[in-house]
Design a protein around this ligand. Sequence first.
Ligand code: ADP
Ligand code: MG
Length: 644
Amino acid sequence: MPIRVLSQSLINKIAAGEVIERPASVVKELMENAVDAGATRIDVSVAQGGLELVRVVDNGGGISAEELPLAVASHATSKLIEADDLFRVATLGFRGEALASIAEVSRLAIRSRTPDAPGGAELEVVGGRRGEVAPCGGPVGTAVEVHNLFFNTPVRKKFLRTTQTEFGHVAEAFTRIALATHRVHFTLRHNEKTVFELAAADDWRERIARFFGRDLAEQLIWIESEEGGVRLRGFAAHPSRSRSHNRMQYFFLNGRHIRDRSLQHALGESYRGLLLTGRFPIAFLELRMPPESVDVNVHPTKLEVRFQDSGRLYSQLLAALRNKFLSADLDTRVQSPVAGAPRAEFAADYETGGAEASGVDAARAEQLRRNLVDWAKGKVSEWNLPGRSGAEAASQAVMPFKPFPDQRPGLGLYRIDRPVGQVTNLSRESNDRLETRPAPEPAPRYCDCERSAVHHHAAMQIHNRYLIAESEEGVMVIDQHALHERILYEQLRSRVESGALETQTLLVPEPVDLSPAEAAAAFENRDLLAELGMKIEPFGGETVLVSGYPAMLANLSPVEMLHELVGRLLAGGKQPERRDLMDDLLHTIACKAAIKAGDRLAPEEIAALLAQRHLVEDAHHCPHGRPTALIFTREELDRQFKRI
Ligand code: ADP
Ligand code: MG
């Protein structure tokens, strides 16, 4: 094949492939242009998740009639003049390819007017074919409309997901820019409905509250530091507000939202000992530095950047957060209303233990503070909490912030023992299937177990985390969390399969603030969640109402559980199989609901747990594939003790 120079149209399509992945990319590019134009008000409006229409209207500086054709031409920009400018970019855009790329794969109409022009001008480009500039009326500023994205690139179009999901991405793109520039008035509409109306805010916290809820905003800790021309400002959330994913870590550099592994790592490090493994802090942090000390031209959508001195930045962030945590009185917020005590309506249904914070908790909180101080001074490698070994304590170090662990109402093992048939189906109104079905026959696997195997075997708990028991073959060491998780998982799965999972209808539905992408994922998977007993309703914006909750999770907070499940939904990547998704959610629930390492068990609880070990399939492995028990056979023991 001969070598040919590509046509401009093909070049633009290739560029579009890199920059314009989905409607959200269009929203991002157009909003950035509006911000660059100095707009104080930006209105974004999309139809059908942006597939049908994206419209961005701003009151910025506008484009003159003569320059309109240039604006939609590739490699045409007003933001760079000479090569060196590329290394001191102070605007969001600079490559001059966004409008050309979008126009190549859609029907784009642009209307604009500069302040000194008597009127405006408009121009339409269809699939890269440019029309004539025509005069028009209208206010100063620019309006860009993008219709039928990807109409001429069907392959791209095939990769798009549902309207809800695409809108979720749009909303996330909107969120990032609106968070980065809180002094600009933004609105977002979807299918003619207002989703966000954000007045210009002097206070960043105010903007954050509009997106993520007031109760999160109130638990943010102000972070500030300045070092060698780098200014860091923003918020980190109280450890009790952690997530199972890192998508609530927003970093901004000179007004641009960025992702940066090293900064995320520093953030994670600063919370070390304050969070359980697998949990991620929430933060909103802004960096300001001279544009020449960072290269923003290393990523197609400029999401990633390259810092001149990323090592120093890492230390600066880590130190700023750590110092703040040391002086902040984290403990006083133990009783956050959101992490919440067991709900009253549940308490009636299940036995509850004393709900007072114990003295042990207070002692732990105090110890944790001392640990933090020592750790910051570089003195400790291991945590010390009363009554715990070092490593164990580290994994439990979140204790002082978490109302549950030592106040739990028993272990919920009683719940396991309850024969299925005795459980009332609580969700009469909301689940037709349960309504019409008689309660299923007691599954023999779950009943009568208390007496069966237990009393033959003595078992003891050591370090509040392992159970040691005698078996036919020898000695078993059981991981209490892993085994309970496995039991719950099997039980949940069989109940979901037979449609017998009980939902507790909440007397007062619980509002939960989600991010736009989370809300979209939640509603897209509403049926799946309902099958798991989690009933949600829309409640305006990104707030959802939890109206029903899996009864067997009575002592876990619905808010946390929903965040957890939605986190898993989003982590699933592109279109996972429904079965896999369900399985993943079951694992998540089982893991959250299971007793933890560090929980002291009552003798009956140990007995109940052991009894059911024989009743679940594949009890040797917890759902994550870790073993639930190790067995030392008698022969092995005999051999080790040189008896044979
Ligand atoms: P870039 O932003 O990288 O320069 P774009 O293709 O996004 O490239 O835009 C090309 C040019 O069109 C910009 O440099 C700017 O001069 C002009 N432009 C685009 N959108 C707007 C807007 N909303 N207001 C004013 N000028 C704009
Ligand atoms: Mg641009």
